[in-house]
Unconditional design. Structure first.
Length: 277
């Protein structure tokens, strides 16, 4: 990307920068003026999830709006750091462009790669070289601890696998899931009906065994070229559609959900599956 393109991008967002400066000014908004990078990071996460929800729903108007909200939060953060003299928007864009060029020698250099797998391996090699210069040379060092657990589990297993610590086949991973499931059954066998009477140390063991199942399933997803976060989001959305249809059907018939028998639940659920897929 040429420097003129960088300038164009900076010019394009200047109205937003001016808006934030006004909000942060002496006669601006008290709420905006008291924000810090730490306080704003919470809202950035919320806006990101709203954008992801809109993308999954494939609603163009909502995607455009939510993308604007995310961009606003990012630029707000840039302005906060610019106020401290640490860096500016131009610094952010220049650093990103330089990094992308550096990590794509097969596009901007003489290297030639033919597959996405080769690109990923080269990317990780270059990234690891960069991190070693900052003192973060561990395979897992660059994975943020604040990531949602499912996404972080995928990243951790993926990085470990790229270093050579992995199963050979999907069947091997599936066998590991079966082993973890058997251990979970062993821990939950003959539990008292009242959860309040389960000793805390045993609850901890049960929780750990269940976590092992989830982590093993994350590896199943990785081997199957499925992202577990996307798969779970789609499955949850499917369940939600079916349950909402069931709920409306029962409500239209004047029946409280709490009065349904097991047979009725099953019948309404099968009808919902047929109706909404």
């Amino acid at each position: 990307m040429e420097s003129s393109a960088i300038n164009l991008e900076c010019d394009t967002v200047q109205p937003v920068i001016h808006l934030i400066d006004r909000l942060r000014g002496d006669n601006g908004c008290p709420w905006d003026r008291k924000q810090t990078p730490k306080s704003l990071s919470v809202y950035l996460v919320e806006e990101m999830y709203e954008l992801i929800d809109a993308i999954h729903a494939d609603r163009s108007a909502d995607i455009c709006e939510e993308m604007g909200d995310v961009l606003f939060q990012l630029l707000f953060l840039v302005c906060l750091y610019r106020e401290t003299g640490k860096f500016s928007l131009s610094d952010v864009i220049t650093n990103t462009v330089d990094k992308m060029i550096r990590r794509h020698p097969h596009v901007f250099g003489d290297d030639r790669l033919n597959s996405s797998d080769e690109v990923r391996k080269q990317w990780q090699t270059i990234k690891q070289q960069e991190k070693s210069l900052t003192g973060k040379s561990g395979v897992l060092d660059s994975i943020p601890r604040g990531l949602p657990a499912l996404i972080r589990a995928y990243r951790v297993s993926e990085r470990a696998a790229r270093s050579g610590f992995d199963w050979k086949t999907l069947a091997d991973v599936m066998k590991k899931v079966e082993e973890e499931w058997a251990e979970f059954i062993h821990e939950t066998d003959k539990l008292p009906p009242d959860n309040d009477k389960i000793p805390p140390d045993r609850l901890d063991r049960i929780g750990m065994e269940f976590g092992d199942i989830l982590f093993s399933l994350v590896n199943v997803a990785r081997f199957s070229r499925i992202h577990p976060e996307t798969a779970l989001a789609d499955a949850t959305h499917k369940f939600e559609k079916r349950f909402r249809h069931l709920e409306k059907t029962v409500s239209d018939q004047g029946l409280p959900l709490s009065t349904l028998s097991e047979t009725q639940w099953n019948d309404y659920w099968e009808a919902a599956k047929t109706a909404v897929g």
